[in-house]
Design a protein around this ligand. Structure first.
Ligand code: GDP
Ligand code: IMO
Ligand code: MG
Length: 430
Protein backbone atom coordinates (compact mmCIF):
# COMPACT_ATOMS: atom_id res chain seq x y z
CA UNK A 1 0.00 0.00 0.00
CA UNK A 2 1.17 3.54 -0.70
CA UNK A 3 -0.74 5.83 1.64
CA UNK A 4 -0.88 4.86 5.30
CA UNK A 5 -2.08 6.79 8.33
CA UNK A 6 -1.11 6.20 11.93
CA UNK A 7 -3.61 7.31 14.57
CA UNK A 8 -3.87 7.03 18.34
CA UNK A 9 -6.77 4.89 19.56
CA UNK A 10 -6.76 6.01 23.20
CA UNK A 11 -6.09 9.35 24.92
CA UNK A 12 -2.76 10.09 23.25
CA UNK A 13 0.82 9.02 24.04
CA UNK A 14 0.21 5.53 22.68
CA UNK A 15 3.69 5.47 21.12
CA UNK A 16 2.73 6.90 17.72
CA UNK A 17 6.12 8.61 17.33
CA UNK A 18 8.06 5.37 17.67
CA UNK A 19 5.85 3.52 15.17
CA UNK A 20 5.91 6.42 12.68
CA UNK A 21 9.71 6.53 12.92
CA UNK A 22 9.81 2.80 12.28
CA UNK A 23 7.39 2.85 9.33
CA UNK A 24 9.11 5.88 7.81
CA UNK A 25 11.84 3.51 6.60
CA UNK A 26 9.39 2.50 3.85
CA UNK A 27 7.95 5.96 3.12
CA UNK A 28 9.26 8.88 1.09
CA UNK A 29 7.07 11.52 2.71
CA UNK A 30 5.76 11.89 6.27
CA UNK A 31 2.85 14.26 6.89
CA UNK A 32 1.40 15.69 10.11
CA UNK A 33 -2.19 16.79 9.45
CA UNK A 34 -3.73 18.13 12.69
CA UNK A 35 -2.90 19.47 16.13
CA UNK A 36 0.14 21.46 17.09
CA UNK A 37 2.88 21.33 19.68
CA UNK A 38 0.46 19.92 22.21
CA UNK A 39 1.73 16.69 20.64
CA UNK A 40 4.96 15.20 21.94
CA UNK A 41 6.19 12.17 20.04
CA UNK A 42 9.18 10.33 21.43
CA UNK A 43 11.73 8.41 19.38
CA UNK A 44 14.63 6.44 20.83
CA UNK A 45 17.31 5.80 18.23
CA UNK A 46 20.65 4.25 19.13
CA UNK A 47 20.00 5.02 22.81
CA UNK A 48 19.36 8.72 22.06
CA UNK A 49 15.97 10.21 22.85
CA UNK A 50 14.25 12.78 20.62
CA UNK A 51 10.90 14.41 21.35
CA UNK A 52 9.19 15.86 18.28
CA UNK A 53 6.37 18.35 18.70
CA UNK A 54 5.67 19.85 15.26
CA UNK A 55 8.19 18.20 12.96
CA UNK A 56 6.92 14.81 11.68
CA UNK A 57 8.44 11.78 13.41
CA UNK A 58 9.79 10.46 10.10
CA UNK A 59 12.45 13.21 10.13
CA UNK A 60 15.12 10.95 11.62
CA UNK A 61 14.73 7.88 9.44
CA UNK A 62 16.71 8.91 6.37
CA UNK A 63 16.25 12.06 4.33
CA UNK A 64 12.44 11.96 4.27
CA UNK A 65 10.32 14.87 3.09
CA UNK A 66 8.48 16.17 6.15
CA UNK A 67 5.18 17.98 5.72
CA UNK A 68 3.38 20.14 8.27
CA UNK A 69 -0.13 20.05 6.84
CA UNK A 70 -2.82 22.70 6.51
CA UNK A 71 -4.93 21.22 9.33
CA UNK A 72 -2.28 22.07 11.90
CA UNK A 73 -1.91 25.06 14.19
CA UNK A 74 1.74 26.02 14.45
CA UNK A 75 3.62 28.13 16.92
CA UNK A 76 6.28 29.56 14.60
CA UNK A 77 8.70 30.30 17.46
CA UNK A 78 8.43 26.71 18.70
CA UNK A 79 8.91 25.37 15.17
CA UNK A 80 12.08 27.38 14.55
CA UNK A 81 13.43 26.24 17.92
CA UNK A 82 12.61 22.60 17.13
CA UNK A 83 14.34 22.86 13.74
CA UNK A 84 17.42 24.44 15.37
CA UNK A 85 17.55 21.82 18.15
CA UNK A 86 17.36 19.01 15.60
CA UNK A 87 20.10 20.63 13.53
CA UNK A 88 22.32 20.84 16.63
CA UNK A 89 21.82 17.09 17.01
CA UNK A 90 22.77 16.39 13.42
CA UNK A 91 19.30 16.37 11.80
CA UNK A 92 19.13 18.98 9.04
CA UNK A 93 15.66 19.76 7.70
CA UNK A 94 16.76 22.33 5.13
CA UNK A 95 15.19 21.56 1.76
CA UNK A 96 13.02 18.73 3.12
CA UNK A 97 10.55 20.42 5.46
CA UNK A 98 7.39 21.82 3.92
CA UNK A 99 5.05 24.01 5.97
CA UNK A 100 1.53 24.49 4.61
CA UNK A 101 0.55 28.06 3.87
CA UNK A 102 -2.93 27.06 5.07
CA UNK A 103 -1.71 26.16 8.59
CA UNK A 104 -2.77 28.61 11.26
CA UNK A 105 -0.35 30.44 13.51
CA UNK A 106 -0.48 29.96 17.27
CA UNK A 107 0.27 33.33 18.86
CA UNK A 108 1.35 34.25 22.41
CA UNK A 109 -2.15 35.65 23.03
CA UNK A 110 -3.59 32.18 22.36
CA UNK A 111 -1.25 30.76 24.98
CA UNK A 112 -2.17 33.51 27.47
CA UNK A 113 -5.90 32.88 26.91
CA UNK A 114 -5.53 29.09 27.21
CA UNK A 115 -3.59 29.33 30.47
CA UNK A 116 -5.69 31.98 32.12
CA UNK A 117 -8.96 30.19 31.24
CA UNK A 118 -7.59 26.99 32.72
CA UNK A 119 -6.50 28.65 35.93
CA UNK A 120 -9.89 30.37 36.26
CA UNK A 121 -11.65 27.01 35.84
CA UNK A 122 -9.81 25.68 38.90
CA UNK A 123 -11.09 22.18 39.69
CA UNK A 124 -13.19 22.11 36.50
CA UNK A 125 -10.13 22.67 34.27
CA UNK A 126 -9.64 20.45 31.20
CA UNK A 127 -5.96 20.09 31.98
CA UNK A 128 -4.82 21.41 28.60
CA UNK A 129 -1.17 21.42 27.69
CA UNK A 130 -1.28 25.23 27.88
CA UNK A 131 0.17 25.72 24.40
CA UNK A 132 -2.71 27.83 23.06
CA UNK A 133 -4.15 25.12 20.81
CA UNK A 134 -7.86 25.60 21.61
CA UNK A 135 -7.83 29.40 21.22
CA UNK A 136 -5.88 29.12 17.94
CA UNK A 137 -8.47 26.72 16.47
CA UNK A 138 -11.22 29.03 17.76
CA UNK A 139 -9.74 31.90 15.74
CA UNK A 140 -9.48 29.67 12.68
CA UNK A 141 -13.17 28.77 12.85
CA UNK A 142 -14.11 32.38 13.65
CA UNK A 143 -12.19 33.43 10.50
CA UNK A 144 -9.88 35.63 12.53
CA UNK A 145 -6.81 33.45 12.44
CA UNK A 146 -3.52 34.31 10.80
CA UNK A 147 -2.13 31.77 8.41
CA UNK A 148 1.43 31.32 7.19
CA UNK A 149 0.10 32.54 3.86
CA UNK A 150 -0.63 35.91 5.51
CA UNK A 151 3.00 36.20 6.57
CA UNK A 152 4.09 36.55 2.94
CA UNK A 153 2.73 40.13 2.71
CA UNK A 154 4.20 41.75 5.82
CA UNK A 155 2.21 44.99 5.68
CA UNK A 156 -1.22 43.38 5.60
CA UNK A 157 -0.07 40.70 8.09
CA UNK A 158 1.02 43.41 10.52
CA UNK A 159 -2.35 45.20 10.20
CA UNK A 160 -4.32 42.02 10.88
CA UNK A 161 -2.03 41.05 13.75
CA UNK A 162 -2.33 44.52 15.25
CA UNK A 163 -6.13 44.26 15.20
CA UNK A 164 -6.03 40.78 16.76
CA UNK A 165 -3.64 41.86 19.51
CA UNK A 166 -5.90 44.80 20.44
CA UNK A 167 -8.97 42.59 20.61
CA UNK A 168 -7.27 39.77 22.51
CA UNK A 169 -5.72 42.18 25.00
CA UNK A 170 -9.15 43.67 25.70
CA UNK A 171 -10.48 40.15 26.32
CA UNK A 172 -7.49 39.15 28.45
CA UNK A 173 -7.81 42.26 30.64
CA UNK A 174 -11.56 42.77 30.90
CA UNK A 175 -12.89 39.21 30.89
CA UNK A 176 -10.07 36.96 32.05
CA UNK A 177 -8.46 39.56 34.36
CA UNK A 178 -5.11 38.49 32.96
CA UNK A 179 -2.00 40.36 31.89
CA UNK A 180 -2.20 41.63 28.29
CA UNK A 181 0.57 40.61 25.91
CA UNK A 182 3.23 43.04 24.68
CA UNK A 183 2.09 43.66 21.12
CA UNK A 184 5.07 45.74 20.00
CA UNK A 185 7.57 43.08 21.02
CA UNK A 186 5.50 40.36 19.33
CA UNK A 187 5.35 42.27 16.05
CA UNK A 188 9.10 42.94 16.15
CA UNK A 189 9.89 39.29 16.94
CA UNK A 190 7.64 38.00 14.17
CA UNK A 191 9.26 40.41 11.74
CA UNK A 192 12.62 38.85 12.56
CA UNK A 193 11.27 35.30 12.51
CA UNK A 194 9.59 35.78 9.14
CA UNK A 195 12.84 35.40 7.19
CA UNK A 196 13.55 32.11 8.91
CA UNK A 197 10.08 30.63 8.42
CA UNK A 198 9.12 31.74 4.89
CA UNK A 199 11.55 29.39 3.08
CA UNK A 200 9.52 26.45 4.40
CA UNK A 201 6.08 27.83 3.47
CA UNK A 202 4.46 26.21 0.45
CA UNK A 203 1.29 24.64 -0.99
CA UNK A 204 1.51 21.28 0.75
CA UNK A 205 -1.96 20.06 -0.24
CA UNK A 206 -1.01 20.33 -3.93
CA UNK A 207 2.29 18.59 -3.16
CA UNK A 208 0.62 15.73 -1.28
CA UNK A 209 -2.09 15.21 -3.94
CA UNK A 210 0.55 15.19 -6.70
CA UNK A 211 2.74 12.76 -4.77
CA UNK A 212 -0.22 10.39 -4.32
CA UNK A 213 -0.86 10.49 -8.08
CA UNK A 214 2.82 9.70 -8.69
CA UNK A 215 2.44 6.57 -6.53
CA UNK A 216 4.87 7.71 -3.85
CA UNK A 217 4.73 6.09 -0.43
CA UNK A 218 3.32 8.54 2.11
CA UNK A 219 2.88 8.15 5.85
CA UNK A 220 0.36 10.35 7.70
CA UNK A 221 1.15 10.89 11.37
CA UNK A 222 -1.82 11.50 13.66
CA UNK A 223 -1.40 13.33 16.93
CA UNK A 224 -3.26 12.89 20.24
CA UNK A 225 -5.86 10.09 20.08
CA UNK A 226 -9.38 9.05 19.17
CA UNK A 227 -10.69 9.71 22.68
CA UNK A 228 -9.30 13.26 22.48
CA UNK A 229 -11.01 13.95 19.13
CA UNK A 230 -13.13 17.11 19.22
CA UNK A 231 -16.20 15.25 17.87
CA UNK A 232 -15.70 11.59 18.78
CA UNK A 233 -13.77 11.94 22.04
CA UNK A 234 -14.79 12.53 25.63
CA UNK A 235 -16.00 16.11 25.02
CA UNK A 236 -15.31 18.59 26.59
CA UNK A 237 -12.20 16.80 27.91
CA UNK A 238 -10.66 16.66 24.46
CA UNK A 239 -8.32 18.62 22.26
CA UNK A 240 -9.57 21.10 19.66
CA UNK A 241 -8.99 19.17 16.45
CA UNK A 242 -10.24 16.02 14.78
CA UNK A 243 -7.63 13.39 15.56
CA UNK A 244 -9.33 10.46 13.82
CA UNK A 245 -8.33 9.18 10.41
CA UNK A 246 -10.89 11.32 8.53
CA UNK A 247 -8.79 14.36 9.45
CA UNK A 248 -6.14 13.12 7.01
CA UNK A 249 -8.35 14.24 4.13
CA UNK A 250 -9.01 17.85 5.11
CA UNK A 251 -5.86 18.42 7.14
CA UNK A 252 -3.39 16.58 4.94
CA UNK A 253 -4.74 17.52 1.54
CA UNK A 254 -5.70 13.96 0.60
CA UNK A 255 -8.60 13.50 -1.82
CA UNK A 256 -11.29 11.18 -0.35
CA UNK A 257 -10.67 7.54 -1.16
CA UNK A 258 -6.92 7.99 -1.53
CA UNK A 259 -5.91 6.62 1.87
CA UNK A 260 -5.02 2.92 1.63
CA UNK A 261 -4.78 1.88 5.29
CA UNK A 262 -5.07 3.19 8.82
CA UNK A 263 -2.94 1.68 11.57
CA UNK A 264 -4.17 2.35 15.09
CA UNK A 265 -1.68 2.61 17.93
CA UNK A 266 -2.63 1.45 21.39
CA UNK A 267 -0.74 0.78 24.56
CA UNK A 268 -1.11 -2.72 26.01
CA UNK A 269 -2.76 -0.80 28.89
CA UNK A 270 -4.23 2.73 28.88
CA UNK A 271 -3.06 6.19 29.95
CA UNK A 272 -4.57 9.63 29.96
CA UNK A 273 -3.17 13.09 30.83
CA UNK A 274 -5.59 15.77 31.97
CA UNK A 275 -9.13 15.55 33.31
CA UNK A 276 -12.16 13.59 32.07
CA UNK A 277 -13.76 10.13 32.29
CA UNK A 278 -11.47 7.10 32.36
CA UNK A 279 -13.45 3.91 33.19
CA UNK A 280 -10.50 1.53 33.64
CA UNK A 281 -8.34 3.87 35.76
CA UNK A 282 -6.12 2.10 38.30
CA UNK A 283 -5.54 3.98 41.55
CA UNK A 284 -3.04 3.42 44.32
CA UNK A 285 0.13 1.35 44.40
CA UNK A 286 -0.45 -0.63 41.18
CA UNK A 287 -1.18 2.50 39.12
CA UNK A 288 1.91 4.18 40.61
CA UNK A 289 4.15 1.23 39.83
CA UNK A 290 2.98 1.01 36.18
CA UNK A 291 3.56 4.77 35.90
CA UNK A 292 7.14 4.35 37.16
CA UNK A 293 7.86 1.26 35.07
CA UNK A 294 6.38 2.80 31.89
CA UNK A 295 7.87 6.27 32.61
CA UNK A 296 4.35 7.62 32.20
CA UNK A 297 5.05 11.32 32.59
CA UNK A 298 3.88 13.61 29.79
CA UNK A 299 6.63 14.42 27.29
CA UNK A 300 4.96 17.80 26.63
CA UNK A 301 4.35 18.99 30.16
CA UNK A 302 5.97 16.45 32.51
CA UNK A 303 2.59 15.75 34.16
CA UNK A 304 2.06 12.25 35.59
CA UNK A 305 -0.19 10.26 33.28
CA UNK A 306 -3.23 8.51 34.73
CA UNK A 307 -2.98 4.71 34.30
CA UNK A 308 -5.68 2.14 33.45
CA UNK A 309 -6.25 -1.40 32.17
CA UNK A 310 -6.59 -2.11 28.45
CA UNK A 311 -10.11 -1.21 27.36
CA UNK A 312 -11.35 -3.43 24.52
CA UNK A 313 -14.71 -1.61 24.43
CA UNK A 314 -12.97 1.67 23.60
CA UNK A 315 -10.63 -0.12 21.20
CA UNK A 316 -13.67 -1.41 19.25
CA UNK A 317 -15.02 2.12 19.12
CA UNK A 318 -11.68 3.43 17.81
CA UNK A 319 -11.59 0.62 15.24
CA UNK A 320 -15.01 1.71 13.98
CA UNK A 321 -14.46 5.46 13.80
CA UNK A 322 -11.03 5.12 12.21
CA UNK A 323 -11.79 2.12 9.97
CA UNK A 324 -8.63 0.46 11.27
CA UNK A 325 -6.68 -1.99 9.11
CA UNK A 326 -4.70 -3.16 12.13
CA UNK A 327 -3.45 -2.33 15.60
CA UNK A 328 0.07 -1.80 16.88
CA UNK A 329 0.23 -2.62 20.58
CA UNK A 330 3.00 -0.84 22.44
CA UNK A 331 4.64 -1.16 25.86
CA UNK A 332 3.87 -4.84 26.43
CA UNK A 333 7.17 -4.99 28.38
CA UNK A 334 5.79 -2.58 31.01
CA UNK A 335 3.19 -5.11 32.19
CA UNK A 336 5.83 -7.69 33.17
CA UNK A 337 5.38 -8.91 36.76
CA UNK A 338 1.70 -7.95 37.16
CA UNK A 339 -0.44 -10.98 37.90
CA UNK A 340 -3.26 -11.32 37.07
CA UNK A 341 -3.88 -8.69 34.38
CA UNK A 342 -7.33 -7.27 33.76
CA UNK A 343 -8.89 -6.48 30.40
CA UNK A 344 -12.06 -4.43 30.13
CA UNK A 345 -14.38 -6.29 27.75
CA UNK A 346 -17.44 -4.04 28.08
CA UNK A 347 -19.34 -1.76 30.45
CA UNK A 348 -22.40 -1.68 32.59
CA UNK A 349 -24.25 1.64 32.57
CA UNK A 350 -27.13 1.28 35.00
CA UNK A 351 -28.75 -2.01 33.99
CA UNK A 352 -27.56 -1.96 30.38
CA UNK A 353 -24.43 -3.74 29.17
CA UNK A 354 -22.34 -2.44 26.26
CA UNK A 355 -19.40 -3.91 24.40
CA UNK A 356 -18.35 -0.55 22.92
CA UNK A 357 -18.70 3.17 23.70
CA UNK A 358 -22.09 3.56 25.40
CA UNK A 359 -24.47 5.96 23.62
CA UNK A 360 -24.28 9.54 24.90
CA UNK A 361 -20.77 10.71 25.64
CA UNK A 362 -21.56 11.39 29.31
CA UNK A 363 -22.43 7.73 29.77
CA UNK A 364 -18.73 6.93 29.83
CA UNK A 365 -18.36 8.79 33.13
CA UNK A 366 -20.96 6.45 34.65
CA UNK A 367 -19.75 3.28 32.92
CA UNK A 368 -18.59 0.43 35.18
CA UNK A 369 -16.05 -1.76 33.41
CA UNK A 370 -16.67 -5.48 33.04
CA UNK A 371 -13.30 -7.16 33.47
CA UNK A 372 -11.83 -10.43 32.35
CA UNK A 373 -8.71 -11.63 34.19
CA UNK A 374 -5.79 -13.23 32.43
CA UNK A 375 -2.49 -14.57 33.80
CA UNK A 376 0.52 -12.26 33.67
CA UNK A 377 4.19 -13.18 33.12
CA UNK A 378 7.46 -12.56 34.96
CA UNK A 379 10.05 -12.96 32.26
CA UNK A 380 10.94 -9.69 30.47
CA UNK A 381 9.93 -9.77 26.79
CA UNK A 382 12.30 -6.89 25.79
CA UNK A 383 14.57 -9.01 23.61
CA UNK A 384 11.75 -10.72 21.66
CA UNK A 385 11.61 -9.89 17.95
CA UNK A 386 9.16 -12.63 16.99
CA UNK A 387 5.98 -13.80 18.70
CA UNK A 388 7.46 -17.17 19.64
CA UNK A 389 10.21 -15.42 21.60
CA UNK A 390 7.59 -13.89 23.93
CA UNK A 391 6.80 -15.44 27.32
CA UNK A 392 3.85 -17.80 26.75
CA UNK A 393 1.40 -15.73 28.81
CA UNK A 394 2.49 -12.49 27.13
CA UNK A 395 1.64 -14.08 23.78
CA UNK A 396 -1.69 -15.25 25.16
CA UNK A 397 -2.41 -11.69 26.34
CA UNK A 398 -1.68 -10.27 22.87
CA UNK A 399 -3.79 -12.96 21.21
CA UNK A 400 -6.68 -12.26 23.57
CA UNK A 401 -6.55 -8.51 22.82
CA UNK A 402 -6.61 -9.35 19.11
CA UNK A 403 -9.64 -11.63 19.57
CA UNK A 404 -11.51 -9.01 21.58
CA UNK A 405 -10.75 -6.22 19.12
CA UNK A 406 -11.37 -8.20 15.95
CA UNK A 407 -8.57 -6.62 13.89
CA UNK A 408 -5.11 -7.99 13.15
CA UNK A 409 -2.34 -7.11 15.59
CA UNK A 410 0.25 -5.69 13.21
CA UNK A 411 3.04 -4.85 15.66
CA UNK A 412 3.97 -5.36 19.29
CA UNK A 413 6.25 -2.95 21.13
CA UNK A 414 8.60 -4.47 23.71
CA UNK A 415 10.80 -1.44 24.44
CA UNK A 416 11.21 2.26 23.67
CA UNK A 417 13.94 1.95 21.06
CA UNK A 418 13.20 1.83 17.34
CA UNK A 419 14.15 -1.82 16.97
CA UNK A 420 12.33 -3.11 20.08
CA UNK A 421 9.29 -4.11 18.01
CA UNK A 422 7.79 -7.36 16.78
CA UNK A 423 6.57 -6.64 13.26
CA UNK A 424 3.83 -8.99 12.06
CA UNK A 425 2.39 -6.91 9.25
CA UNK A 426 3.82 -3.79 7.63
CA UNK A 427 1.15 -1.78 5.78
CA UNK A 428 3.67 -0.58 3.18
CA UNK A 429 4.83 -4.15 2.44
CA UNK A 430 1.96 -6.55 3.20
P1 GDP B 1 3.10 9.46 21.26
O1 GDP B 1 2.68 10.82 21.70
O2 GDP B 1 1.94 8.59 20.89
O3 GDP B 1 4.17 9.49 20.21
O4 GDP B 1 3.74 8.76 22.55
P2 GDP B 1 4.79 9.45 23.56
O5 GDP B 1 6.11 9.51 22.89
O6 GDP B 1 4.25 10.69 24.15
O7 GDP B 1 4.77 8.39 24.73
C1 GDP B 1 5.10 7.06 24.53
C2 GDP B 1 6.31 6.71 25.43
O8 GDP B 1 6.50 5.31 25.44
C3 GDP B 1 7.61 7.29 24.91
O9 GDP B 1 8.44 7.59 26.01
C4 GDP B 1 8.20 6.15 24.09
O10 GDP B 1 9.62 6.20 24.03
C5 GDP B 1 7.76 4.97 24.90
N1 GDP B 1 7.51 3.72 24.14
C6 GDP B 1 6.94 3.56 22.92
N2 GDP B 1 6.79 2.25 22.64
C7 GDP B 1 7.27 1.57 23.72
C8 GDP B 1 7.36 0.18 24.05
O11 GDP B 1 6.93 -0.71 23.31
N3 GDP B 1 7.89 -0.11 25.28
C9 GDP B 1 8.36 0.85 26.15
N4 GDP B 1 8.87 0.47 27.32
N5 GDP B 1 8.28 2.16 25.85
C10 GDP B 1 7.73 2.52 24.66
P1 IMO C 1 0.30 13.18 21.64
O1 IMO C 1 0.24 13.50 20.16
C1 IMO C 1 -1.76 13.20 25.50
C2 IMO C 1 -4.75 16.37 26.09
C3 IMO C 1 -4.36 17.33 27.20
C4 IMO C 1 -5.75 17.73 27.69
C5 IMO C 1 -6.54 17.82 26.39
C6 IMO C 1 -6.64 19.22 25.80
O2 IMO C 1 1.64 13.33 22.24
O3 IMO C 1 -0.37 11.87 21.90
P2 IMO C 1 -4.94 20.79 24.52
O4 IMO C 1 -3.64 21.42 24.97
O5 IMO C 1 -4.78 19.94 23.31
O6 IMO C 1 -6.04 21.80 24.38
O7 IMO C 1 -5.37 19.83 25.75
O8 IMO C 1 -5.86 16.98 25.46
N1 IMO C 1 -3.71 16.18 25.05
C7 IMO C 1 -2.86 15.14 25.01
N2 IMO C 1 -2.69 14.11 25.87
N3 IMO C 1 -1.02 13.27 24.37
C8 IMO C 1 -1.21 14.28 23.50
O9 IMO C 1 -0.61 14.33 22.30
C9 IMO C 1 -2.14 15.29 23.81
N4 IMO C 1 -2.55 16.40 23.19
C10 IMO C 1 -3.51 16.93 23.95
O10 IMO C 1 -3.62 16.66 28.21
O11 IMO C 1 -6.31 16.71 28.47
MG1 MG D 1 2.89 12.11 23.31
Amino acid sequence: MNTVAVVGTQWGDEGKGKIVDLLAADAEIVVRFQGGNNAAHTLVIGGEKFVLRLVPSGALNGEKICVIGGGMVVNAFALIEEIANLKRRGVDLAGRLKLSFDAHMVMPYHIAIDRSRESRLGKRAIGTTGFGIGPAYEDKIARQGLRFDDLIDWKSFKDKLDRNIKEKNLYLKAVLKAKPIDGKTLIAELHKLRRLILPYVTDTSAYVARSIDEGRKILFEGAHGTMLDIDYGTYPFVTSSNCIASAVYAGGGVPPGKLDAVLGISKAYTTRVGAGPFPTEIYGYLGDSIREEGVEFGSATGRPRRIGWFDAALARYAIRVNGLWGLALTKLDVLTGINPLKICVGYKVGKEAYDTMPPGRNALAKAKPIYEEIPGWDEKPDAARTLDELPRDALRYIERLGELCGVPIAMVGVGASRDATIILKNPFRD
